[in-house]
Design a protein around this ligand. Structure first.
Ligand code: CMP
Length: 139
């Protein structure tokens, strides 16, 4: 059965472009409830840990540099079928391939600087949410 939680980050490019409010509005209008949220900045070490599954990829260094380049908004979101529905809302990893009306189509500029992260499975949603939030920070 599909779970009802996913994890997202509004990435440094979207924060710098003043799109936090626009993106949160799209998330709320799509029916997601915010279970936990924080505005923070990852160190290079933390960004490296978060994206450790991509360690062997050629873009890993660039990804870690970018994700630690400025503040991000991290959040746990709740909705039926959360992981899949959120991936539909954000669109393809590469904004050039993203469907019209998706968050990445609207606000992302490239595959590396793609405005938002969304978990790719229930298991990773759990791991990623636990990376940022304690039990006391969830409502
Ligand atoms: P995200 O959903 O946060 O998960 C992994 C990230 O790696 C992805 O979004 C992209 O921002 C980044 N990424 C994936 N492929 C590439 C690529 N070819 N070049 C640079 N960054 C990439």
């Amino acid at each position: 059965m599909a779970g009802n939680l996913t994890f997202t980050m509004i990435k440094p490019d979207a924060v710098r472009a003043n799109n936090i409010g626009n993106i949160l509005q799209m998330i709320n209008e799509a029916g997601f409830k915010i279970k936990a949220m924080k505005y923070t900045r990852l160190t290079e070490t933390q960004a490296g840990q978060f994206y450790e599954v991509h360690k062997e990829r050629p873009f890993y260094g660039e990804l870690v540099d970018f994700m630690s380049s400025g503040p991000i908004v991290a959040a746990i979101l709740e909705k039926d079928n959360a992981v899949e529905d959120f991936r539909t809302l954000i669109g393809a990893t590469n904004p050039a391939e993203a469907t019209k009306g998706t968050i990445r189509k609207k606000y992302a500029s490239s595959i590396g600087e793609n405005a938002v992260h969304g978990s790719d499975s229930d298991e990773n949603a759990n791991i990623e949410g636990n990376f940022f939030f304690s039990k006391l920070e969830r409502f």
